[in-house]
Design a protein around this ligand. Structure first.
Ligand code: 13P
Ligand code: SF4
Length: 328
């Protein structure tokens, strides 16, 4: 540990106590941020934690939709997002209504114009096209979008959530890959939004073949935000914390990790005798990496940036999150 970091950590711990704060971190955060967190987990675990944690302040080291979910579930607490522009581009691919957004590209997609994402529809237009069909919103959505949805899901429970609905058809937003995976594993007809995560969607079956050639003994774990062509070749498809459980329980010694490389820190820490290889080295979410120790310190010192969902939106979004959290 750097000497400079030691001083920052001491200050964070002092302020954390004074503010009666709890630090939550997603599994993709920087190593040093994971280390100072009170709890590190996947989206589902973090939602459950945010709903039940005993404190006055939650410092959410992740991206903005996660802090919004914490604010929706714990409105009496002050929820802080240390870096205001830590966003999830996939969450921004759905809007409820209003102006069409301009097309945008993502790092690594510049050369592939077909991957430019045209925001053809609004969620309300989609719902009008399929009246009565329930909307399942991945937690990677804004509070406004959750408020327009029937139930939320995460990568850990998408199949259970869809199966819990009495309807034969569901609208699934925003991830086309997670939706395709759910369609494969449920009896439902899944009407899919055309969104994607630029970190996971760039991986191809060719990358899997290359990784398997390099590490013939390794088991491949893949996140359901990867394309179906990748998921079909995986040994296990699961959320980030699902990968931690799978690698911990498995007798295998070597794994290829098909998700954001930040997870590898925890995988190695919890399984020092096992080896983990990234499926692709560039599976790095720039937004998840924006939060540094200094950001956490500033956040606690200045009480920034407060994430507060307006009450009317919060109550409607909470219904969708609560419905998900009721499913075990
Ligand atoms: P998990 O819920 O699996 O942690 O994934 C969150 C996420 O943002 C994946 O890109
Ligand atoms: Fe969003 Fe993808 Fe980053 Fe997860 S990894 S926060 S889905 S951009």
């Amino acid at each position: 540990m750097k000497e400079e970091d030691r001083g920052i950590i001491e200050e964070i711990l002092r302020l954390k106590e004074r503010r009666r704060a709890v630090i939550l971190s997603h599994n993709y955060q920087r190593e040093e941020v994971q280390e100072i967190a009170d709890f590190v987990g996947d989206s589902l675990e973090l939602s459950r934690k945010a709903a039940g944690v005993d404190c006055e302040v939650i410092v959410f080291c992740g991206v903005n939709f996660m802090a919004e979910s914490a604010s929706i579930l714990s409105p009496e607490k002050t929820v802080l997002l240390p870096e205001l522009d830590a966003t999830c581009p996939m969450a921004d691919m759905v809007r409820v209504s209003g102006e069409r957004k301009v097309w945008r590209t993502f790092p690594g997609y510049e050369e592939q114009p077909t991957f430019r994402f045209p925001h053809h529809f609004t969620l309300r237009e989609m719902k009008a096209r399929y009246p009565g069909v329930p909307v399942v919103a991945y937690v990677n959505t804004t509070a406004e979008v959750k408020a327009e949805s029937d139930i939320c899901c995460t990568s850990a429970n998408v199949v259970k959530v869809m199966e819990s609905l009495p309807d034969e058809r569901v609208i699934s937003i925003p991830d086309r890959n997670l939706s395709a995976w759910a369609a494969r594993n449920t009896s439902k007809e899944v009407i899919t939004w055309d969104g994607f995560c630029h970190v996971h969607d760039r991986v191809t079956a060719g990358d899997v073949r290359r990784a398997r050639e390099e590490h013939p003994e390794a088991l491949l774990m893949a996140h359901p935000e990867c394309r179906l062509e990748v998921l079909e070749l995986a040994d296990h498809v699961t959320s980030t914390s699902g990968m931690l459980r799978y690698a911990g329980a498995s007798d295998a010694r070597e794994f290829i990790v098909g998700t954001e490389t930040g997870l590898i820190y925890r995988l190695k820490k919890e399984n020092p005798e096992k080896t983990f290889h990234p499926l692709r080295r560039d599976m790095i979410c720039p937004n998840m990496k924006k939060t540094r120790l200094r950001s956490v310190l500033r956040s606690l010192a200045e009480m920034t940036h407060v994430v507060k969902v307006p009450e009317e939106t919060r109550l409607r979004a909470k219904r969708a999150l609560d419905r998900m959290l009721e499913i075990r």
